[in-house]
Write a protein that binds this ligand. Structure first.
Ligand SMILES: Nc1ncnc2c1ncn2[C@@H]1O[C@H](COP(=O)(O)OP(=O)(O)OP(=O)(O)O)[C@@H](O)[C@H]1O
Ligand SMILES: [Mg+2]
Length: 454
């Protein structure tokens, strides 16, 4: 691995020297500049991964440089003294990754550089993947990084230009609806209606009239003619979700629609012909329902022409960081603070959780955390217990390396403190009381275990 390239810009030679020494020792490759023009010269010569940038420089304000650099090419970390905090905050608004206040602390600098590098590579990777996919497929608000998901989108691209019936399979919350939308938007029907009907949400008779419409007097309550969703979708795409719930009579009608694109509204004898693309979804194994006699075999063959499968989120954990950042951007404005991101601990918990509700559940958890967050970073206390709850104490494992007692106990101590902080919503006074220690001891232990941002 090549060392990350860092550029440090500050007009104070002491700051430059000490940062250069610190960062070189950490294995980074470090260049320095003592002015805006010097920095511009360096930036022309080399691709930097992270830029540490002073706000006040002899030939201008560091802010000017932030926009020039751009968020995806390098992560910019501002270094600010007391008098220039507002400028640093402004810099974060226009794309800087974060800011540090002087006097600088080594640990903080290193941590921020690491986060900046991580953030930048995520952004870059996303931009690259998007570029590749978007050459062929127009996708909005769709995050995709996992190989299986990319194959699914490739299938979307292939089938979008045809009128083939498509079956989408995947657990609840895996993104079936957004995928079908993408399919519609990339088809020649894009400027025609997109209609979604959930076949599990209405009783049988209502559902039939919802789909096919009815004529006045067809049943009690049918006081006038009503167009069904199939007619509303004319020329466009109709998406029938939870198709496994269709009753035998609805299955028969659907079979006819898929075979001849014709139907009659409920209570009518007039046949209507249609031009619609039909997409169906299910989270059940249709072939099993066929063998149990609960789903018509002939309909199964009509439905299962082209199958796109969306894997559950727990099978594509690699995408979780990207999705998480995507949802942070989406909901960021719901918190009046400057939210810079997630603590590494949070990212680890989110990536390891099993997500029974898939992407929808992750989105809800991030939205909630954004609202709850009290500081610049989302911390473990902002996550619901069912997500963090699995973070129980490490089971003693056989054959595991033997640690010095103090260190081994420290792990347990850290867990106990995390649990206690969580139980007290991060309130240190209550936590210390609950643990039977004083606040200073708690503070010192939190510092020792790197929990100060909890
Ligand atoms: N790849 C993705 N990128 C961005 N957002 C996504 C992605 N997948 C899902 N989402 C978001 O997650 C939520 C759930 O997605 P969606 O409604 O498409 O799931 P679903 O499979 O249709 O769920 P259900 O089975 O309950 O109908 C939506 O808010 C959607 O915007
Ligand atoms: Mg859906």
């Amino acid at each position: 691995m090549h060392p990350a390239q860092l550029l440090v810009v500050d007009d104070d030679p002491i700051v430059l020297d000490s940062l250069k020494e610190l960062l070189s020792l950490e294995g980074y490759s470090v260049s320095t500049a003592d002015s805006l023009s010097g920095a511009r010269g360096e930036l022309k010569q080399r691709q930097f991964h992270t830029v540490l940038l002073d706000v006040r420089l002899p030939d201008g304000n560091g802010l000017e440089l932030v926009e020039e650099i751009g968020a995806t090419s390098a992560a910019v970390i501002m270094m600010t003294a007391y008098g220039t905090i507002e400028d640093a905050v402004q810099a974060v608004k226009i794309g800087a990754h974060n800011y540090l206040t002087k006097p600088l602390k080594d640990e903080e600098i290193l941590l921020n550089i690491e986060r900046g590098l991580e953030h930048r590579s995520l952004l870059n990777e996303n931009a690259l993947l998007r570029e590749q996919l978007e050459q062929n497929l127009h996708l909005e608000n769709f995050v995709c990084q996992d190989p299986a998901m990319r194959r699914a989108l490739e299938q979307v691209r292939i089938v979008a230009s045809t009128d083939t019936t498509v079956l989408i399979t995947g657990e609840s919350g895996t993104g079936k609806t957004v995928t079908v939308r993408a399919l519609h938007e990339n088809s020649k029907r894009a400027d025609k209606p997109f209609v979604e009907v959930n076949c599990g949400s209405l009783p049988e008779t209502l559902l039939e009239s919802e789909l096919f419409g009815h004529v006045k007097g067809a049943f009690t309550g049918a006081v006038e003619n009503r167009r069904g969703k199939f007619e509303v979708a004319e020329g466009g795409t109709i998406f029938l979700d939870e198709i496994s719930n269709a009753s035998p009579s609805l299955q028969m009608k659907l079979l006819r629609v898929l075979e001849s694109f014709e139907f009659e509204p409920v209570g009518s004898t007039k046949t209507i012909s249609l031009d619609v693309r039909v997409v169906l979804a299910t989270n059940q194994e249709l072939s099993e329902l066929v063998s149990k006699g609960r789903f018509r075999e002939d309909l199964y063959y009509r439905v299962n022409v082209f199958n796109i499968h969306l894997p559950p989120l727990r099978e594509r954990r690699g995408e979780i960081p990207l999705l998480t950042h995507h949802f942070l951007e989406k909901y960021r404005s719901q918190n009046t603070r400057e939210l810079h991101g997630f603590t590494p601990e949070v990212m680890r918990v989110l990536t390891e959780f099993d997500w029974p509700g898939n992407v929808r559940e992750l989105e809800n958890v991030v939205q909630r955390a954004v609202v709850l967050a009290q500081g610049a970073f989302i911390t473990l206390t902002d996550l619901p217990v069912e997500v963090v709850g699995e973070q129980v104490m490490p089971e003693p494992e056989e054959g595991k390396e033997i640690l010095p007692l103090k260190k081994a106990l420290g792990r347990w101590e850290k867990q106990i403190i995390i649990e206690a902080l969580r139980a007290n919503n991060g309130l240190r006074k209550e936590t210390a009381k609950g643990l039977g220690i004083n606040r200073t001891t708690l503070y010192n232990k939190m510092r020792e275990f790197g929990l100060l941002d909890m």
